[in-house]
Design a binder for this molecule. Structure first.
Ligand SMILES: C[S@@+](CC[C@H](N)C(=O)[O-])C[C@H]1O[C@@H](n2cnc3c(N)ncnc32)[C@H](O)[C@@H]1O
Length: 265
């Protein structure tokens, strides 16, 4: 079971206030046209795939893939079926180069696909020349001060949280300058970046769901007693906490100079 299988219910809890509004902005920035073929990489519960499918219409196609079966199950339960939309479970780190999509969407997923350069090459390999990568990343250090509060509480329980490769990847693209440079080096052109300010107000329950439904969950103890103790310890601090989830959305065009992952195809 992947981290995201375990995190899927906490993730879905924040669909309406976090994932959906940010996915709607991602799809708006993609400026999809009827008839376009779209690949939604790391689609989660389908927050961007469904509005993308409405935008391309029945003459278009949206293929949405996620590593987590629980996420794909939630996506299939959450949205009315559309003939142009398909969801599938798959690990994108092993996917073939398709080189035919008009647009690739990737909402907060690039961090999980290897180093930023590898991940961009992998997604670029799905696009035709002139196709657009439309992706989102977090700005600054996301979810603060929640992340620091959780790390401190874990430290009190003797758990030292070390930055995972995914957290380091988030840090490698957490500003317009960094993201733009990465896209540039990967050979993308016409790079347009949009900064989105997003704040969340937590209470003890919703804050705990947030911890369990985000990357923070990878640091949580597995043992039920230790988990319950941590929840109790965090409750007073989560109540009334305001956190930031500011995003950056990039729309970048694949040029003939784009570096693509050799892939299998
Ligand atoms: C933060 S969620 C974002 C989901 C969705 N794009 C959204 O914005 O609501 C990241 C997603 O990436 C998926 N993921 C992680 N590694 C992956 C991989 N190697 N291949 C495909 N999906 C992956 C996870 O299962 C998770 O659903």
């Amino acid at each position: 079971m992947s981290l995201w299988d375990q995190a899927s219910s906490g993730f879905a809890y924040w669909q309406r206030e976090l994932w959906q509004p940010l996915a709607d902005q991602l799809v708006a920035q993609a400026r999809l046209k009827p008839g376009e073929h779209v690949f939604d990489a790391c689609c989660g519960t389908g927050s961007s795939a469904y509005p993308a499918a409405l935008a391309v219409g029945e003459s278009g196609r949206v293929e949405a893939v996620d590593l987590s079966k629980s996420m794909i199950d939630l996506a299939q339960e959450s949205w009315p079926p559309l003939p142009q939309l398909s969801f599938a479970v798959g690990d994108l780190t092993g996917c073939s180069a398709i080189r035919s999509y008009d647009a690739v969407l990737c909402g907060f997923g690039l961090f999980f696909l290897g180093s930023p350069n590898e991940a961009l090459a992998l997604l670029s390999a799905q696009l035709r020349n002139g196709g657009r990568l439309v992706m989102s990343s977090w700005q600054n250090r996301p979810f603060e001060p929640l992340s620091s509060i959780v790390v401190e509480a874990l430290a009190e329980q003797g758990v030292t949280v070390r930055a995972s490769p995914e957290v380091r990847n988030i840090g490698a693209m957490n500003s317009a300058a960094k993201l733009s440079e990465l896209l540039n080096v990967a050979g993308f052109g016409e790079i347009q970046l949009t900064s989105v300010r997003h704040r969340l107000e937590l209470d003890a329950d919703s804050g705990w769901q947030f911890v369990q439904g985000s990357l923070l969950s990878s640091s949580l103890p597995q043992q039920p007693a230790a988990l319950a103790k941590l929840r109790e310890r965090l409750s007073p601090e989560l109540a009334g906490l305001s956190i930031h989830a500011d995003a950056l959305i990039a729309n970048a065009t694949k040029t003939s100079a784009s570096k693509t992952h050799a892939g299998k195809g």
